[in-house]
Design a protein around this ligand. Structure first.
Ligand SMILES: C[S@@+](CC[C@H](N)C(=O)[O-])C[C@H]1O[C@@H](n2cnc3c(N)ncnc32)[C@H](O)[C@@H]1O
Length: 244
């Protein structure tokens, strides 16, 4: 079981997403445990103030260091020791590979910033890792925390039920996923590709690999530079490149 603790100023943000679907079932099955912790509970004043004006002036507020530090220290009193991850656009870009690695841990703290961010000193002293979910800026770290939690949780054995469902997913093997179809056989004049109806497993597998390679070549050719590709994959790619 992996435990996630989310440190936030907006705990209600998580109510809806965590009460639905796969994450909710994973909690019920005790494959993952999610705790939402309000940073305001660690403030010392009666108004529970967790932010303040920036030194040096300028727009926006900054999250105060003391409540965050207190919250993290109180979590560290319990074993096993957590990995403390701060969500920030200045962090390392989040990847499927990092999600797989984090799924090996027993305990992860996800620290959500807000306003202009958190005081630099708490970041230096109490954070183990910084993750960005992309080169754009959101209002808070809550949506990024949910994204990281979701991506890591679905790598935990048992959460998806069938592990094959993530092995073929985009990025897991370095390339994009193949196209998916379900009933009806014909929709708005387009038929499901005949190979998928053939029941011929080897041919279906070959068709899917070719489609996945074709899609990756078309949309994300950069992924092909690092993807583990077989000789047959290279042959298919050369053929696709010639076809244009
Ligand atoms: C408005 S942002 C602060 C941005 C900060 N001033 C900067 O430019 O780096 C407020 C909070 O949202 C979260 N956040 C915003 N964009 C993010 C991203 N791309 N990845 C991860 N967290 C993000 C962070 O927790 C951040 O502290």
């Amino acid at each position: 079981m992996i435990r996630f603790e989310i440190l936030t100023l907006f705990p209600d943000f998580f109510k809806g997403p965590l009460s639905e679907s796969i994450l909710n079932r994973a909690c019920e099955k005790r494959l993952i445990d999610i705790r939402i912790i309000n940073i305001r509970d660690f403030t010392a004043d009666k108004h529970h103030v967790a932010d303040d004006y920036p030194y040096g002036g300028g727009a926006g507020m900054v999250m105060k260091p003391e409540p965050i530090a207190k919250a993290i220290c109180s979590l560290k009193e319990e074993s096993p020791q957590p990995r403390v991850i701060f969500l920030t656009p200045q962090g390392k870009p989040f990847t499927q590979q990092r999600a797989r690695e984090l799924a090996q841990l027993e305990r992860i703290v996800l620290l959500c910033g807000h306003y202009e961010g958190i005081d630099e000193r708490v970041r230096m002293r109490h954070v183990d890792e910084e993750i960005s979910i992309g080169d754009y800026v959101l209002t808070g770290g809550e949506a990024p925390a949910l994204i990281v939690l979701d991506a890591v949780a679905r790598m935990v054995p048992g959460v998806l039920g069938n592990e094959d469902s993530f092995r073929n997913d985009s990025f897991y093997e370095g390339i994009l996923d193949y196209p998916h179809y379900t009933r009806p056989e014909e929709f708005e004049g387009d038929r499901v590709p005949e190979t998928l109806l053939s029941g011929h497993h080897k041919k279906i597998e070959e068709w899917r690999r070719r489609e996945a390679l074709a899609r990756t070549l078309r949309v994300r050719p950069d992924l092909l530079e690092h993807a583990p590709l077989s000789e047959e994959d290279h042959r298919i790619l050369n053929e696709l490149r010639k076809l244009g």
